[in-house]
Each structure stands twice: as C-alpha cells, then as structure tokens.
Design a protein. Structure first.
Length: 192
C-alpha cells in the first residue's frame, strides 16, 4: 500500500527532527568560541547589571549601553539609576560623573581590572590575554557557550573568585563576577 504524500511528508519530517534531536552536539573548544568573537570588529549593546553587595540591603540595578571597538576600547554608559560613563582604552580608565571626571590606571584597581580584562579579551577573541590572566574552561556548543574563568594572579584571586561569560555564536550575552567576600555582579547584554 502506498501512502498519500500528505501522510508521508509529515512522518518524514518528524523522523528527521527526531534524529536531529537525538544526535549529540559536539562540545565546543575555546579556540572555536574565540575565533567567532575575533571576527567582530565592534559591538554595541544595551545592558542591565545587577550588583549584590553585603553593604546594601538590596540589589543595585544599573542600565545603560556598552560599546566595544577592537582592540581595547570599551565604553560603558550608565543611564539609570544615575549617570556614569566609564571609558577604557589600554590601561587608562576615565570615569565621568555629574560631579566631575576621574582618571585611573587599571593596574591600581585589581577587581575592576579583572572585569575589564576578562570582557575585553573575550570580546577580542584574544586567547593569549585571556589565558595569561585566567584559567579558562569552556562548556556548551558554539551556538550556546559559557567560559568559566578563575584568576591566576594571587592578588586578583584574593578579590575575584570566579568570572563566567556566556554567549551564542559570536555574541556575548551575559557576564558574571563572583567575589571572594560574596558580592556578585551580573550583566545581561542585548546586542543593538
């Protein structure tokens, strides 16, 4: 007996979908993730950061924009709950607030340096910079990956316990820092 096409096609599609779902996804390698990231010369996104600090009764939620231009220029504009602009080029950090402008060398701020270096090295797809400062584990697939970073430097490890960066393909979508004393920072990024 020959089945009509309207019964064969749905059955064939269901079988194909079932086969695709049952095949294991290949584990991703660090170089695969970084190669995709390295191919993007600049990035622009909106972010929402949730900071939980022992000194505060509740979380601090900041929202704004994040811009990156290779090789090392990163700008973070906080729009709410207050105005702040962080502009980072090389080792120089410029912080602009309503009260004025401050310039800082990142080398003098290990916690901030960890945040900056892990994000910039990841966005640049720079394996050497990433693995110089962190032990790196990668999980997932190229389409849905997570980098787990642990600081190598003892002074930095005394402040930052763990950094986790997640994304899909060539997009970084989430950035998390867990500090040794229990404070946390979670940044969700929406490409624009």
């Amino acid at each position: 007996m020959i089945l009509p096409a309207w019964r064969v096609v749905p059955a064939a599609l269901a079988a194909a979908v079932g086969l695709a779902v049952s095949l294991p996804c290949a584990a991703v390698e660090l170089d695969e993730v970084l190669a995709g990231l390295r191919g993007v010369p600049e990035r622009h996104g909106a972010f929402e950061e949730t900071k939980r600090m022992a000194l505060l009764n509740g979380p601090l939620v900041r929202k704004g924009t994040l811009d990156y231009v290779r090789p090392d220029h990163l700008t973070m504009r906080v729009e709410t709950p207050y105005y702040e602009k962080l502009d980072i080029a090389g080792d120089a950090l410029t912080i602009e607030r309503r009260s004025g402008v401050t310039r800082v060398a990142l080398a003098s701020q290990p916690q901030l340096a960890a945040w900056v270096e892990s994000l910039r090295a990841t966005l640049a797809g720079d394996r050497a910079a990433l693995t110089t400062h962190f032990d790196v584990k990668v999980e997932g697939t190229v389409g849905d990956w997570r980098l787990q970073l642990v600081p190598r430097d003892a002074a930095l490890a005394g402040v930052v316990a763990h950094v986790s960066i997640s994304g899909r393909g060539a997009e970084v979508l989430r950035f998390e820092i867990d500090e040794v004393k229990g404070d946390t920072s979670r940044v969700e990024i929406r490409p624009r």
